[in-house]
Ligand binder design. Sequence first.
Ligand code: SAH
Length: 357
Amino acid sequence: MSTLYTPSRESLAELLDGEPRYRLDQVWDGLYTQLAAPAEITNVPKALRERLAFALPNALTQQVRRVSDGGDTVKYLWSLSDGSRIETVLMLYPDRVTVCVSSQAGCAMACGFCATGQAGFTRQLTVGEIVEQVVVAARDARTMGRRLANVVYMGMGEPMANLPAVWESVERLHGAIGLSARHITVSTVGIVPGIRTLTEKQLPVNLAVSLHAANDELRDELVPINKRYPLDELMEACAAYLEAKGRRLSFEWALIAGVNDRVQDATELAKLCRRFRLPAHVNLIPLNPTPGYPTVGSAAAAVARFHRSLVDLGVNATIRRNRGTDIDAACGQLAAGQPVVTTSVVLSSGRAPSDKG
Ligand code: SAH
């Protein structure tokens, strides 16, 4: 079904057939530059605004909007027209605003430590459903006096398993909203053909690869798709991407206590980077708790030790704060099944401390 942010400029032109030509610019600008709802695009006649609103309904219906205790993270739970649920997270940093978008309802990659993986796959998102997450978050940021400039495809789903819609959304964010490719990051579990496809695209977006292990035995266990696309192939694809784009490549590493946080794991990772001449940046986060995974995230001391080992071995690494743990909005905690329970809690208690929605 076509929703507000589904049509390309060409398709919108068809929809506006019979209108003066300049209407297309007015509507396109209204939707993507002003981030206005059709009813708010007041420089076009009311009848046309109504026709647009009718032909192109919103894709997302807000179920929950929760703000973290510190107020710097906002999580949205949306329901889609078929009842599927997805989540979006807005993160406000002192120097930038980033939105983390979902690319699929659920995920088929089955990483055991990830709440979305535990819940399984429902369906692909459309370009309209992906773009609308960004527009709504940007609008929300604007009401807080901030400008959203960064998008990461790190919400629910595997972007490379829905590449046509994901890529169209990237082009829309770049071409219509005006976000810089440098500020768009596509994250993947390591689907090699997807990385190769991205290598051939013109827009040089950032690539993030969820590595979590630097040997095939452990990675097969943590990230099952590794059996199909083992590390050597993955690293070759990453090297080719880097060479083609000259963009930042990052490896995500969720630190799991006693599993991938030992000094030998750091040494192995450094060796892997060296072997493929990959000047990657490693993002470290202690694993966030999820209902279906027994092992816990590394303690602060282990995180610091792992970080120091990498740096000593010449690998760029940053420890990331886990944001939004108090509102189940942290990495890997997005699972449509979970917050539904939260919703009823929020509703029945009237107002939860962290709920501003
Ligand atoms: N499917 C894509 C994007 C979504 S996941 C991918 O795999 O990259 C975004 C990031 O969160 C990935 O790096 C993923 O491995 C990580 N993640 C998943 N579950 C997590 C958890 N419980 N704690 C910390 N990070 C987690």
